[in-house]
Write a protein that binds this ligand. Structure first.
Ligand code: GLU
Length: 296
């Protein structure tokens, strides 16, 4: 039922009112993102982040609010999507129910600083693991492998088949993102227009201000699903974007705990179920093989 409502909302409205999070009287199980069972009687070593979070009974999670399938806030401000459900699985393992998660919108450029300043306990936000970011924060995961792709106007009037065709074109991406950096570094003949969130790039493509939008394929797929008559995906990914969960640098115990939780979800099917309910419901694709966690 949740799948149907979610997919129908995306397909019917174009602008995505994925809201089914305010049902009163949900069981603990329902409330935890459609499946995650909230652990009871949890106990963690004193002084660890896990012990602190379990004791407080709440966790603050940074995620995207405008990315259908991964993190999309409904009218009540509560987000839904694959990233949201991954966060819910981790919270559940700490004994924290979905209703007790505090969601904070993080955009691409402020994720590291939000973690460093303690504004959030973790970031689950289509967040590519890379060495530059690892200087500032640490990553658990990956829990998904995306790739950079291009979205163009329906019918692809300019015949853009890959990043080389962006030379001389105006392409939109987001400040502080790896796709923006990729264009700046490797495709300098493209003109880059930057916003803070991808939904503004979609608007710019819609009104002809830019010729293309570039970011991860799964983000673009969510945008195309909302406006299939207006946009299309080129479908030729040209980078690797392993998605990790950002946490405070040096918190190795928390990182191991999240990695253990991810691996358990890969094995017991809850990761695949989360995919099917969210991103998979938009793309119409089965959950892929889960990636291998990198315990660096
Ligand atoms: N995964 C890429 C990144 O972390 C692009 C998506 C995003 O901006 O969130 O920068």
């Amino acid at each position: 039922m949740r799948i149907t409502r979610y997919a129908a909302a995306i397909a019917a409205t174009g602008v995505v009112l994925a809201g089914c999070s305010s049902d009163a009287g949900e069981t603990t199980e329902d409330a935890a993102g459609g499946g995650a069972e909230v652990a009871e009687d949890v106990s963690f070593d004193e002084g660890t982040t896990m012990a602190e979070l379990a004791e407080s009974g709440t966790i603050t999670v940074g995620t995207k609010f405008d990315q259908p399938g991964f993190g999309l806030a409904g009218p009540d401000g509560v987000p839904e999507g694959f990233d949201v459900e991954i966060a819910e699985l981790i919270a559940a393992e700490l004994g924290i129910a979905t209703d007790d998660i505090e969601w904070v919108e993080t955009v691409s450029a402020n994720r590291e600083s939000f973690i460093q300043n303690g504004d959030v306990d973790m970031v689950v936000a289509t967040y590519t693991i890379n060495d530059a970011r690892k200087e500032l924060i640490d990553f658990a995961g990956p829990y998904y492998e995306a790739g950079q792709d291009i979205m163009v106007a329906a019918g692809n009037p300019l015949g853009i088949e890959g990043p080389d065709d962006l030379a001389g074109q105006n392409v939109c991406s987001v400040e502080g993102s790896t796709p923006a950096e990729e264009i700046r570094t490797n495709y300098p003949e493209a003109t880059l227009t930057l916003f803070d969130v991808y939904s503004k790039c979609a608007d710019a493509l819609r009104n002809g201000q830019v010729d293309a939008v570039t970011t991860d394929n799964v983000i673009l797929t969510g945008l195309v699903a909302g406006a299939p008559d207006e946009f299309e995906l080129v479908g030729n990914p040209f980078t690797e974007e392993p998605y990790g969960i950002g946490i405070t640098k040096g918190d190795d115990e928390f990182r191991s705990f999240i990695n253990d939780t991810l691996e358990a979800s890969f094995e017991d099917g809850s990761w695949a179920e989360a995919w099917d309910r969210t991103a998979g419901a938009i793309t119409g694709t089965d959950a892929p093989e889960p990636p291998s966690v990198d315990r660096y």
